[in-house]
Design a protein around this ligand. Structure first.
Ligand code: EPZ
Length: 429
């Protein structure tokens, strides 16, 4: 299994191109199931999760092709992916595919909407929380689907098609908002989703669906209206930049010191997080090319942060922030409200000499003068990158094990950081 070796201490200087967003790409790829025409996605990141989604979609009969390199394109440019679900030949998403990546469960909505049936494995447990799918089931039943759980599978039928309805989520959910929006796009009549997720990835999907002929308004607010249509067509859509990757590198530069341009980043996608980076001590400047983040010599200040749905502070940056404030000049408080088990990185950061106390949803981080390199273990995607950030600032060598977690959501991280002066390398096998 690959590992990443880091020798800490080098400030970061240079440019990091921000990739397309993983959490926008996955639902956009699934949207290809809604039409028999070709959906072309530009700026697609080269990630393990994207490769897995290609396998899941081809199991249903979706053809996919990636354009070759074009003149003037450098190796960091996103892929152009062509997806065509001319005919859906299989409406089952088997356990061995779904269990490797939760988002694959989201095919349930488009399959019911287009084919009137679906048999999709329940995604099962996850390192960061129980993550049930009850909101999905209630929403799809609300759209008129008959749904049963049988042998670990959601078995759904809507022989006469779906019909619009008012869907109220008891709690903000990104996944169920995506899925309900896609299903409602082909339902008869109007659907209103209330307490909907407002994440930029929801808006990106709604923009693409609208270009496919869907009638959607209110995406980005907590109330989304969808007037169903009979069929959707193909389109071409550019995936928005990854705000979590952006926030991660902004925290890395603030941790190590230096001056980096995050090329292609959009500040409007992570206002709150950039505000926290500035409060800790990063100098954040918006430019025409993206976002510039620098820290030269000034110390790191402690902060108090609670994770919340967008536009609040994203849970997907919680671990990275914790790594950053391990060396702050004082005590920080971090509260995790989205997932009940998202502190797996705490014990690993403690191996580097961090001083962190946990009490339920609350983490108290007492800043230390120095971190010292050590062997650490990645446990999930965001926890693993927090160990990389800490390793970049620790004295000596850090080795991060099980980096397959990283490859799920960070494209060529060692190349991007190495290009900015980090002493980082991948150890294969
Ligand atoms: C999406 O997960 C993201 N994944 C997550 O990013 C992200 O952390 C999360 O949204 C919150 O922002 C993708 O986009 C692929 P939710 P999702 O439904 O949709 C509970 C990463 O690191 N809930 O908004 O699964 C749930 O357990 C990943 O890239 C139910 O109880 O998250 C959680 O506590 C990790 N029942 C809360 O709601 C349901 O039916 C929010 O989950 C659905 C959700």
């Amino acid at each position: 299994m690959d590992r990443i070796r880091i020798v800490g201490g080098a400030p970061l200087h240079g440019t990091i191109p921000i990739s397309g967003a993983k959490n926008a790409t996955l639902p956009l790829m699934i949207a290809s199931l809604l039409t028999d025409e070709t959906l072309v996605l530009d700026n697609v990141p080269r990630l393990a999760d994207v490769a897995q989604m290609k396998r899941i979609l081809s199991n249903h009969g979706v053809d996919h092709a990636v354009d070759g390199k074009r003149a003037g394109q450098n190796g960091m440019a996103g892929e152009t992916l062509r997806l065509t679900a001319r005919e859906i030949v299989d409406t089952e998403a088997p356990y061995d595919l779904v269990s490797t990546m939760r988002a694959s469960f989201w095919v349930v909505g488009p399959l019911i909407a287009r084919m009137g049936e679906a048999r999709v494995s329940l995604p099962g447990g996850c390192a960061i929380g129980t993550r049930p799918v009850d909101f999905f089931i209630t929403a799809l039943r609300g759209l008129g689907a008959e749904l049963d759980i049988d042998g670990g599978y959601v078995v759904a039928r809507a022989p006469k098609g779906l019909r619009g309805n008012r869907i109220v989520f008891p709690r903000v959910t990104v996944g169920a908002t995506h899925v309900t929006m896609m299903a409602a796009a082909l339902a008869r009549g109007e659907t209103v989703i209330e307490n909907a997720a407002r994440e930029p990835e929801i808006v990106d999907l709604a923009t693409c669906l609208t270009a496919m002929g869907a009638r959607i308004s209110g995406a980005g607010t907590s109330t989304i209206h969808i007037d169903g249509v009979d069929r959707l067509s193909g389109t071409r859509h550019t995936v928005l930049p990854d705000r979590i990757e952006t926030g991660t590198y902004a925290m890395a530069v603030t941790m190590t010191g230096g001056d980096v341009l995050l090329e292609g980043a959009r500040p409007d996608l992570l206002d709150t997080a950039l505000g926290v980076v500035a409060a800790v001590g990063g100098e954040v400047t918006s430019t025409n090319e993206g976002i510039r983040v620098a820290r030269n010599g000034s110390g790191l200040a402690p902060v108090n942060v609670t994770t919340e749905p967008f536009p609040g502070f994203p849970t997907d940056l919680q671990a990275q922030l914790m790594a950053l404030v391990t060396r702050a000049d004082g005590v920080s408080k971090i509260r995790e409200t989205i997932f009940e088990n998202r502190f797996m990185h705490v014990q690993e950061l403690a191996r580097l000499g961090a001083d962190i106390n946990l009490d339920g949803q609350h983490a108290t981080v007492t800043g230390v003068k120095r971190l010292k390199g050590a062997q650490v273990m990645a446990t999930d995607l965001r926890a693993s990158v927090s160990l990389v950030i800490a390793g970049l600032a620790a004295d000596g060598e850090t080795v991060v094990n099980r980096v397959y977690h990283l490859d799920r959501g960070f494209e060529r991280i060692e190349d991007k950081l190495g290009a900015c002066g980090a002493a980082i390398e991948r150890l294969s096998g």
